[in-house]
Design a protein around this ligand. Sequence first.
Ligand code: ADE
Length: 245
Amino acid sequence: MIFDILTLFPEMLRSPLEGSILGKARKEGLIEVNLINIRDYAEGKHRVTDDYPYGGGKGMIMKPEPIIKGVKLIKSVDPAAWVILMTPQGMPFKQEVAKRLAQLSHLVLICGRYEGVDERVRDFVNEEISIGDYVLTGGELAALVLIDVVSRLIPGVLGAEGAPDDDSFSQGLLEYPQYTRPKEYEGRRVPEVLLSGNHQAIERWRRKEALRRTWQRRPDLLAKAGLSEEDMEILAELKRSSKAD
Ligand code: ADE
């Protein structure tokens, strides 16, 4: 997977992409990340990338030409490159969106800054994505989030022990509680079933706890989770016993 990031602040992205799992995935050639400075495509002695908004108003708007020039250049080499504008006006970024994007071979992420980008840039993008209902100072952190989430879905990136299928959201539910040693910490014991070696019982317990957690914290997810009849029974039982408490 190739990620090309069009940004005015490549330095802001460099170090998070070097460390840990993403850095390793880059070294192993599982992902390629190119930081492209939009300023390199700006014209004139001063390579201006922003300007005042027509019609007045506060703030600066990113000029269309340097961004579109960058996009066109990338597309001329790889017409399949999929162009995404990071903006709070985009579609919400969800695990299912990440799964779809992980199937593609080449993503181009445009990081807007200041008060936004010239509207005409939108004619050159395939989709617009927001990472949440808040406004960042620019699209750079949003691009990092997207790269992180998509990369860990690419086979090999998490290594043999990685298990993206069990993650929160990947099955439409939040993940069940996890424990490691010690068995007891300041009187808090690990649930007995996890020590039992009974894999069926452990699976049942995990499903139930994932359902409980989702119901308690994100009941909005349950409607879309594709629950089985057994899941529905477990949920009904959870609700009954919480009423009895
Ligand atoms: N740029 C500024 N805020 C953003 C957000 N919430 N998501 C994506 N890009 C952004």
